[in-house]
Design a protein around this ligand. Structure first.
Ligand code: URP
Ligand code: ZN
Ligand code: ZN
Length: 458
């Protein structure tokens, strides 16, 4: 039995046209006007609605042992939340710590997602140290279809790599034809500044940003770009938060360095005053790189509009208020991270497309198509075309609502965007031709998601 999505306005990164989409066997088999309706076809009326390709979140943490606790999420809940918000594919960071085995980590993450995620998914393979086994293990991961790496320049002694390890990882990535994503902050500076602030009795969440100022991120970005340049690798800066780091990345790009730039939802809409709130209210907003001075937001939006910032992820990484309070006596103990997987599409649509002058095609590109292209998923994902997976978002631009922890699907006990108005919401979301979410509710098949195996492409 096929499915026909009828009469919507199909919006991709390149085009906009009114038409019907016919789906057979998980893929799009025809696009046109007034397509025939064979008997038994399930028809979805999309009149008055937009139809986007399923959105892709390229930066997600679901299972994450971090800062003496675990991110408060699981694949069933996070994927259902993602789907209700229009995200049909996520790429999760499989993150070993320095003491963990790379392959064990990879298998643990795969097992946790398999049979539990309701949407499709892939991984960026974390590299936390480089020893005698690393090359062989990473070759095996790439052979299994995971063709992107993740390194942290920050989080000294836990996830973080030193310069030699970064160099060797990038050399190998270049040889294997895979892209390396990087968290760019100078670990030593963060560590020294943290100790200095604590010694001065500065223990509250408002001191998190001063412990990792913009210059620290700019240095990490410059150094990563230099290493990418010298190794001939392809790099991807994750969760870029501020103008100096953007300048560093753009400077490398105009030198011809193969460097791509991601920012994430919180940095477009929240600023450091949120983390300066009293007690746990401030702790809710602790993430790294930290929320910045508000003046950076205009720079990030402009960079997104012009395509300097290519993708927008979430860095979804929820910790509840009890976990956040682990840092009540020292901001350095507050677990870093904030949820967002459910709200990225609606918030970027509202504050970008509806209210901020973000071109709707750039919106689709930044939240779906570009990630598909950079991470080897295109044209299977990231577009609406004959032969592509039928991951579709029928979007109701007339919906009006307000974000609230009381109504979210995610399992965290707060939402960092509490009270934000939204204009627009997915009314139907399909994954490979099956309706998985409707009007803010998960209505699909748990565990339907598949691991997306990819080919090296750099
Ligand atoms: O604060 C953050 N960003 N937490 C998640 C880990 C990371 O650095 O991406
Ligand atoms: Zn990070
Ligand atoms: Zn992250």
């Amino acid at each position: 039995m096929g499915m026909l999505i009828k009469g919507g306005e199909i919006v991709t990164a390149e085009s906009r046209l009114r038409g019907d989409i016919f789906i057979e066997d998980e893929t799009i088999s025809a696009i046109g006007s007034d397509l025939a309706v064979p008997p038994g076809t399930e028809v979805i009326d999309a009149t008055g609605k937009l139809i986007f390709p399923g959105f892709i979140d390229p930066h997600v943490h679901i299972h994450l042992p971090f800062m003496a606790t675990f991110a408060k999420d699981n694949h069933a809940a996070a994927s259902a939340a993602a789907l209700t918000g229009g995200t049909t594919t996520f790429i999760e960071m499989a993150c070993p710590s320095r003491k963990d085995d790379t392959l064990d980590t990879y298998h643990t993450w795969k097992q946790l997602a398999e049979g539990n995620s309701a949407c499709d998914y892939a991984f960026h393979m974390g590299v936390a140290r480089y020893d005698a086994n690393t090359e062989e293990q990473l070759r095996e991961v790439v052979k299994d279809g995971t063709t992107s790496f993740k390194i942290f320049l920050s989080y000294k002694n836990f996830f973080g790599v030193d310069d030699e390890e970064m160099f060797r990882t990038l050399k190998l990535a270049a040889k294997l034809g895979v892209i390396t994503t990087a968290h760019c902050e100078n670990a030593e500076l963060v560590s020294q500044l943290q100790q200095q602030l604590l010694a001065e009795g500065k223990i509250g969440p408002e001191w998190h940003e001063p412990s990792r100022p913009e210059a620290v991120e700019a240095e990490g970005t410059t150094r990563f770009a230099t290493f990418v340049e010298q190794t001939g690798a392809t790099g991807y800066v994750v969760h870029l938060s501020c103008a100096p780091a953007l300048r560093a990345a753009v400077d490398a790009k105009i030198r011809g360095v193969k460097l791509h730039i991601e920012s994430v939802l919180p940095h477009f809409l929240l600023d450091k005053s949120y983390a300066e709130r009293d007690g746990v209210e401030g702790m809710k907003y602790i993430m790294s790189p930290p929320l910045r001075n508000k003046r950076n937001q205009e720079v990030l939006w402009n960079a997104l509009k012009t395509g300097l910032i290519e993708t927008v992820g979430t860095d979804h990484c929820p910790f509840d208020t009890e976990q956040k309070l682990m840092g009540a006596k020292a901001f350095t103990q507050i677990p870093n991270g904030i949820p967002g997987i459910e709200d990225r599409v609606n918030l970027m649509h509202t504050y970008g497309v509806k209210r901020g002058g973000l071109d709707i095609h750039r919106f689709v590109d930044a939240l779906s198509t570009r990630a598909a292209k950079l991470f080897g998923l295109y044209p299977r994902k990231g577009t609406i075309a004959v032969g592509s997976d039928a991951d579709l978002v029928v979007y109701d631009t007339k919906y009006r609502g307000t974000i609230s922890a009381a109504t979210q699907r995610g399992i965290n006990n707060y939402n960092g965007f509490e009270g934000f108005a939204i204009e627009g919401r997915p009314s139907v979301v399909t994954v490979r031709g099956k309706v998985q979410a409707r009007d803010g509710a998960f209505v699909g098949e748990a565990g339907r998601g598949r691991l997306l195996r990819r080919e090296p492409q750099y």
